[in-house]
Design a binder for this molecule. Structure first.
Ligand code: ACO
Length: 323
């Protein structure tokens, strides 16, 4: 038997405020029809002032710990993925640590845009496998509403705010039938930085930064790269699409989700979709979708779940998990 990371609990948090496509249509030149047709998005949640990245990350973490029947004393590492932290430092991880009353271990943030949760999961899994941690909160938390250019209709309608978290514990397993993270697969291509980026940062006081995306270019890369990443995850474990109970994809665009599902030959009933209600919550989208489908009883213990995401960088990756 080998040490393996078990997904002991999953949780999510969405801001109370919901903004519909119709509300956007009253403010900028767009329509519910255009947004739905191109993206599948019908509404998104936007954070109010107190719903910061750290606040939402802590709320999602509380829910994940509750689902696991665990508490702050069981946590020895906190690894949030975010592009929209409350402060340059301390990291989101340490704000969450203090909010939860965790008194031991360590924490740090991971930056990999929309693929951030897969990256953070991969780091956490490696730390558990090597014995550096035994109870890890892996979080995706984002407030993209703070970095959107409200004059740019090609991007501002696509994103939403929220947070998701999983609590990983050290267990034992062997083969793809036992519970836990079976494998993670990360990729990046820095020479594609100019198709999806934020044009500023805290280190550039003249430019706080807005999200810029050349959507068509990103779309062009997304389907092929994501299909490649999920095929890699399956072949690394000697599995085929028929073995997959659920695909939990990054929720950027329904057309991309459908295309990856089709490439795998997975029926729509086995693909978790939240983009219609959450829009793209970047690093939060995969754990939020996982939390929703776990809470409503679709994803059950023993199910084989395939996760994938692609985002600015470009960064992308996949993970295969036995729940
Ligand atoms: N309302 C109405 N019309 C619009 C809007 C809008 N909100 N936005 C753009 N349009 C118009 C454009 O101006 C253009 O008009 P024109 O033909 O007169 O010039 C027309 O609609 C088509 O615009 P495109 O940008 O070519 O539309 P496209 O079909 O490519 O859809 C979209 C755009 C939805 C962004 C798509 O390209 C996409 O989903 N791309 C991938 C996004 C993605 O996956 N991102 C990954 C992660 S995000 C992250 O990491 C942060």
């Amino acid at each position: 038997m080998q040490t393996r990371s078990i997904l002991a609990g999953v949780g999510g948090y969405l801001p109370e405020r919901v903004m519909t496509n119709a509300e956007f249509a009253g403010r900028i030149e767009t329509s519910d029809e255009w947004i739905r047709e191109r993206t599948g998005i019908g509404q998104r949640h936007f954070a109010s002032e107190h719903e910061t990245c750290a606040y939402m990350g802590a709320e999602a973490s509380r829910a994940a710990l509750r689902a696991a029947g665990a508490g702050p004393d069981d946590v020895d590492a906190i690894i949030p993925a975010t592009a929209t932290p409350d402060q340059a430092f301390p990291s989101t991880a340490l704000h969450v640590q203090a909010a939860l009353g965790v008194t031991r271990g360590f924490g740090f943030d991971v930056s990999a845009a929309c693929a951030g949760f897969i990256y953070a999961l991969s780091v956490a899994d490696a730390m558990i496998r090597t014995g550096q941690a035994t109870g890890v909160l892996v979080i995706g938390s984002e407030v993209y509403s703070r970095i959107l250019n409200w004059q740019d209709r090609t991007t501002c309608v696509l994103f939403g705010d929220g947070a998701g978290a999983v609590f990983l514990t050290a267990g034992a397993g062997e083969g793809s039938g036992d519970r836990g993270v079976l494998s993670t697969h990360l990729r990046a291509q820095g020479d594609l930085a100019n198709i999806l980026y934020v044009d500023g940062a805290v280190g550039r006081p003249d430019r706080p930064g807005h999200l810029v995306m050349h959507g068509r270019e990103v779309f062009r890369h997304a389907v092929g790269k994501l299909a490649e990443a999920v095929e890699l995850a399956l072949s690394a474990n000697g599995l085929s699409p028929a073995d997959v109970d659920w695909l939990v994809p990054h929720q950027a665009n329904l057309r991309i989700i459908d295309a990856v599902g089709r490439k795998l030959g997975l029926p729509k009933e086995r693909v978790v979709v939240t983009v219609d209600r959450h829009a793209n919550t970047s690093a939060a989208s995969v754990p939020l979708a996982l939390a929703e489908a776990t809470r409503d009883g679709r994803i059950r213990r023993g199910d084989l779940v395939l996760l994938e995401a692609l985002g600015g960088g470009l960064t992308w990756g996949s993970a295969l998990v036995r729940m």
